[in-house]
Design a protein around this ligand. Structure first.
Ligand code: SF4
Length: 343
């Protein structure tokens, strides 16, 4: 049983044996250049002091609008982007600042599935070659051993063995995402970041891919970080859900708790925007509806205090000057909002 004792922004509670990933005060700032000399004139704070843990075998969903920093967070965790500050500890090893040579042993254990399978698959390679490629890069197995794994993986993701000879353009979007999943899983990873893997697919196909990912998680003992802009998608696959706004977590809770008892005004607004309510599950149908006004402010020039204050129907004076910290308000339920703190 996975221990669900969760993180606070102070990260004091951990059960070491079940931890897989620990993110500590992670920041990713991009310089904003200007002037004739192209000097840095500011910073875009894409990820701004985020701390959390992921436990073996679970799926942590991260939800936020486009520009909230969720995809950047995933890329920094995999070291596809360099962190500005903070740490990522993967399976007991601090990988935050390891050289690309030293991080190689962890590379195969951490994989990513991207949103757009067509863009992420080389159109000149056959499906068999695409799935085999990560094994070739590792250079550990013979041709016969690689073939055996590729054939098995093609079956696992629901493709036919004769699909090996075909090319990405011969497949539908859902089938191409199956190929991407096979490429990610062929090296037997422990941890997979799923970056909006179903956002580009029709709703009926989304369900098939989500079910496939759930089945593979169980069969292969995988741990997922599942990124989406839609709370209705992560609901079906996540054990816990974090809501991200302008580079920071504003709420984090077990799935059931978050959907039945959302605390942050932003989470409530996101839940209000889900059009279809599943009456068989805990749902937000009893929650007060909150309309989300306006656009996401620029992370290059975020509002002072609480960065959600320009869109929050409950903003008050304190919200202009004080940035709320993520605190554990109820067991395993964290929220960053002055409505729940004295001051
Ligand atoms: Fe709204 Fe203030 Fe809470 Fe921010 S801190 S979410 S502005 S009430």
């Amino acid at each position: 049983m996975i221990e669900r004792n969760l993180e606070s922004s102070n990260m004091e509670k951990k059960i070491e044996k079940d931890l897989l990933v620990e993110v500590q005060s992670l920041k990713k700032y991009f310089p904003i250049k200007g002037g004739i000399l192209g000097r840095a004139v500011g910073q875009l704070k894409a990820v701004d002091d985020v701390s959390f843990s992921i436990y073996k075998g679970e799926t942590l969903g991260i939800v936020g609008e486009s520009g909230s920093g969720k995809s950047t967070l995933g890329r920094v965790m995999l070291r596809l982007l360099e962190p500005t500050e903070g740490h990522v500890i993967f399976d007991g090893v601090d990988i935050s600042y390891l050289s690309q040579r030293k991080i190689r042993p962890q590379r195969g254990d951490m994989q990513i599935v991207f949103q757009d399978p067509f863009a992420s698959l080389n159109s000149k390679m056959s499906v068999g070659q695409l799935i085999e490629e990560p094994l070739l890069v590792q250079g550990k197995l013979s041709k016969a051993e690689r073939n055996k794994l590729v054939i098995a993986m093609i079956g696992k993701v629901g493709l036919r063995s004769d699909d090996r000879q075909k090319y990405p353009h011969e497949f539908s979007g859902g089938q191409r995402q199956r190929i991407s999943i096979a490429r990610a899983l062929i090296v037997n990873p422990k941890f997979v970041i799923c970056d909006e893997p179903v956002s580009a697919l029709d709703v009926s196909i989304q369900a098939q891919i989500l079910n496939l990912m759930k089945d593979l998680q169980e069969e292969l003992n995988l741990t997922y970080l599942f990124i989406a802009h839609d709370l209705s998608v992560v609901k079906h696959i996540s054990d816990r859900v974090a809501v991200m706004y302008l580079g920071r977590f504003v709420e984090l809770a077990p799935k059931k708790e978050l959907y039945s008892n959302p605390l942050h005004p932003y989470t409530r607004a996101l839940l209000s925007s889900i059009p279809v309510i599943d009456l068989n599950e805990d749902s937000n149908d009893k929650q007060e509806k909150v309309k989300l006004e306006g656009d996401l402010p620029s992370p290059a020039n975020p509002p002072s205090g609480c960065t959600f204050r320009t869109r929050c129907p409950q903003a008050h004076d304190r919200c202009v000057v004080d940035r709320p910290e993520l605190i554990e308000l109820e067991k395993d339920h964290f929220v960053a909002c002055h409505l729940y703190t004295e001051g």
